[in-house]
Design a protein around this ligand. Sequence first.
Ligand SMILES: C[S@@+](CC[C@H](N)C(=O)[O-])C[C@H]1O[C@@H](n2cnc3c(N)ncnc32)[C@H](O)[C@@H]1O
Length: 263
Amino acid sequence: MKEIDANKNAWNTLSKDHYHHFKERLKKEDTLLNEHILKELGDISSKTLLHLQCNTGADTLSLARLGLSFVTGVDLSDQNIYYANQLKDDFQMNQVQFIESNVLTLSDIHQETYDIVFTSEGVLGWLPDLKAWAKVIFEHLNKGGFFYIYDSHPFFHMLDQEALIQRRFQHKYDYFDQNADYDEAIGGYASETKYAGNYWWNHKISDILNALIEAGLTIEYMHEFDTLFWNNGGMTEVKKGLYQYPEFKNKMPFSYSIKAIKK
Ligand SMILES: C[S@@+](CC[C@H](N)C(=O)[O-])C[C@H]1O[C@@H](n2cnc3c(N)ncnc32)[C@H](O)[C@@H]1O
């Protein structure tokens, strides 16, 4: 699929910078996971975990540091996996492995099951097919295991971001539009912005929930937050790694989480 190929190429341009950025942070910080994720995951020590869309593995290592017995990180970008393996060696995390794969076709090359399937912070927009995504999650969960996602909110992505930075609500993208949005640039959160064309889908909340339900999972909760995991421009850091427009506190959702169980 041309969009997936373009996205792979675009993410590859960021890998080296991300590796260096996150390596320095992992030397100084116990975890790169934000407070929402840490609280909602709870005690996951001794569990096994599959981390979807793991980038260069920094969050995978943060998850492993919570005492997991084994964790597998998966990502589309071959360069991300190359640098994720370097990061694993830098921190001597032998309980971690990385696999290069499109998450939507992971079951073709990897069938192991896990106690937890986890994905977070900038993930669903890169995937064209949530039904295939949810099926992969179901297939990789042990019975009694759970799936957890924390990501940016589709309501936030509907808005004109330049206007939002000026503290104005201005609709720009249709909530029900299922077509991909093309962007000529990528990155900027852990590297310079790179000019590499990429495609992004804004999935509505009902599609996310229904994909998980139709795959056979039982939703335990969905939470919505008025904070975001990057500074969108002029935001205040209210907790480590969580940003807010004080003017929009309690007024609109910027991110959400979902926990679902395989019964
Ligand atoms: C914003 S990053 C996620 C970062 C994540 N918070 C982390 O560091 O663990 C999005 C990731 O999704 C990956 N990605 C995009 N499309 C994918 C696909 N179809 N299958 C697997 N990974 C994909 C990209 O390569 C990129 O590393």
